[in-house]
Design a binder for this molecule. Structure first.
Ligand code: SER
Length: 624
């Protein structure tokens, strides 16, 4: 079974069980200042998990593309990935534990569906905990254990695990959360100890699916408020499940990655050396398993495969991100540059024959275009952006090399022939010149680099930048606090006002809200004049003063568009959507949430109007 078949089976199974198929959403979260990327299927569905009505109903099924960069450094082993696809079925106040578990079990084991033998499965459930510091006790999840037991799981196959393993959410500081029950495959290895059980990280058990039972909303004071409407959020990893179903040991051995890997080897690894008409055996991916001298090559190949796949999906997203030095653009830049470095490493340091990223990207697009048509639609843009970044990085490397040459005469004067770690770090910090390359150049000139000192400087630097970076990863979902909601409604007013003042060509190109401000990107060919800015402000403030009611209606997407509702171009919508109307002033397709009356917004003020990219302007505004 390949990934296309698995996705289809999953959808078919849950549609058969009365779920409505909804579209997966963008990799770039809308109006969520606390995350750079969509990291789980639940992200786009948070408002519904918290109680909002979903236009498609109470039972949903989807495939969501996700990016998790938390352990980007581990990518290169057999299982870690930065991009992955998550299959999910959702109950919004409909079924709960029993039906969720029974459906998961049927899908996994029934010969009509995945047909995984019962004996290969093990499960975990939440062990319960004593609340600390006034937090409530949360009971052990005996209910889920009883359902698994009724399905024939012996005691040894049901493990009780603590919060670190069997609790999901909130993805941010506040939001929906609850205990989960995870499904594992026995990989056939010997148990690592008598205590080895499902959920053990030794490699015997591989998690493929997680049923989360959303039953609390964690509030800003750390209280767990029981949800009036309990929900189920499940997530099955496509790559891991295909690995299991095809009897492979690693995600990289599946058809999801093999065509990409072949292209990497062809583009980056030079042909074997020959002498006297006899040539060494050509390198193939996977030789490292039996010949340790190739293990490093295999690792580089995996890193390139993962990183280029992620980069293609990020740049090819309807809300495309391009390489930059901040936020999501910076993560993308790191992925691309790391792939290039490993490409050069494979080529033996001398560089590959010309640029190679776009060759690999073409194969990624080919492999995923059926499931993700946006990649085909954005093909030219993806290839152009990747190539531009590759050229830029090669220039950086070139500059670093020149800088090294300048330093060389001095370095050679050192009697110990050691280049200080501080200097190596400076090359890295100022020119982005990687330490591996500094070490190589040094070695060519009979020098060594004080790596310890470099690592020290590097760690210090990482700690500072991580403190910022991790906050944003860990913080996860935004809480839908009052102020975010107000900014969200103000965004609708702003868009309608811009159309009135500048013309109907104005279309939303991006939107971002924090607790302090809103940002809105829109298409318009020229800077706004002071008079235009003033008129837009006045119009928005007038609508606030009029205290217009904000109402919501669910309708067919086509009817919404026909009725004049603004919708994002290029965004995937369900057949039935929510439409928010503000008096007779604005009408937009939107997931919400919004305030009930505009009068609560306060005073709207535009702080800045500037260029965002070619043909796109950016407004930064506040509510005072
Ligand atoms: N939110 C859960 C996860 O990401 C289940 O979908 O694992």
């Amino acid at each position: 079974m390949n990934a296309n078949e698995l996705r289809q089976k999953y959808i078919d199974f849950f549609v058969k069980h009365a779920h409505a198929r909804i579209e997966g959403k963008s990799l770039i979260p809308e109006n969520d200042p606390t995350v750079l990327f969509t990291t789980a299927g639940m992200h786009p569905l948070v408002p519904y998990l918290l109680g909002a009505e979903h236009p498609a109903g109470k039972r949903l099924v989807d495939v969501q593309k996700c990016i998790r960069t938390g352990d980007i450094e581990s990518v290169g082993d057999f299982s870690h990935l930065t991009f992955f696809e998550m299959l999910g079925n959702w109950s919004l106040g409909d079924y709960f534990k029993e039906d969720a578990i029974k459906m998961s079990y049927e899908f996994l084991t029934s010969p009509e569906w995945l047909g995984i033998p019962h004996e290969k499965l093990g499960v975990t459930v939440f062990a319960g905990e004593k609340g600390e510091g006034g937090a409530p006790d949360i009971p052990r999840d005996d209910e889920s254990a009883a359902v698994w037991s009724s399905l024939g799981f012996s005691k040894e196959r049901i493990a009780y695990r603590p919060r670190e393993d069997n609790w999901w959410g909130p993805a941010g500081t506040t939001g929906p959360c609850g205990p989960d029950s995870e499904m594992y495959i026995d990989m056939g290895k010997e148990p690592c100890s008598p205590a080895c059980e499902p959920g053990c990280g030794c490699g015997k058990w591989l998690e493929i699916w997680n049923d989360v039972f959303m039953q609390y909303n964690k509030d800003a004071d750390g209280n767990y408020i029981p949800l009036a409407r309990k929900c189920v959020d499940t997530g099955m990893g496509v790559e891991r499940t295909v690995t299991i179903l095809t009897g492979k040991k690693s995600v990289y051995d599946t058809e999801i990655f093999q065509p990409i890997i072949k292209a990497i080897v062809a583009a980056c690894v030079p042909p074997p050396e020959c002498s006297g008409g006899v040539c060494a055996m050509p390198y193939r991916y996977g030789m490292g398993e039996t010949q340790p001298e190739y293990a490093e090559r295999d690792r580089s190949v995996r890193i390139i495969a993962d990183h280029v796949r992620s980069a293609v999906f990020i740049v090819g997203d309807p809300k495309a991100v391009t390489p930059s030095n901040v936020g999501a653009g910076y993560v993308l830049r790191r992925l691309i540059r790391r792939a290039i470095r490993h490409g050069r490493k494979l080529a033996g340091g001398s560089g590959t024959e010309g640029l190679f990223l776009s060759k690999i990207a073409c194969v990624v697009i080919e492999n995923f275009r059926e499931a993700y048509p946006e990649l085909e639609q954005n093909r030219a843009f993806i290839l152009e952006e990747l190539t531009k970044e590759e050229e830029r990085f090669l220039e950086t490397l070139h500059k670093g090399e020149k800088e090294f040459e300048k330093l060389l005469p001095n370095l050679l004067r050192d009697p110990k022939k050691v280049m200080s770690g501080r200097l190596a770090f400076k090359l890295y910090d100022t020119y982005g010149f990687p330490i591996e390359l500094t070490a190589e150049l040094a070695a060519e000139n009979g020098l060594t680099v004080n790596r310890e000192e470099f690592e020290e400087a590097f760690k210090k630097h990482q700690e500072t930048s991580r403190a910022g970076g991790e906050q944003i990863f860990k913080a996860g979902l935004a809480d839908h606090s009052e102020i975010s909601t107000k900014y969200h409604t103000a965004t609708h007013l702003l868009q309608a006002a811009l159309k009135q003042v500048l013309g109907s060509h104005v279309a939303q190109k991006g939107s971002n809200i924090t607790h302090e401000r809103m940002r809105f990107d829109f298409s318009h060919p020229a800077p706004m004049t002071a008079d235009e800015i003033k008129r837009v402000e006045d119009i928005v403030n007038e609508q606030i003063k009029r205290d217009l009611p904000v109402t919501m209606e669910v309708m067919e997407l086509e009817a919404a568009k026909a009725g004049g509702a603004t919708a994002l171009f290029g965004e995937k919508y369900e057949a039935r959507v929510k439409v928010y109307t503000i008096g007779a002033f604005s009408k937009e397709v939107c997931g919400g949430p919004h305030v009930e009356h505009t009068g609560t917004l306060g005073h709207f003020k535009i702080q800045k109007e500037q260029s965002s990219s070619s043909g796109v302007r950016r407004i930064r505004a506040i509510l005072e």
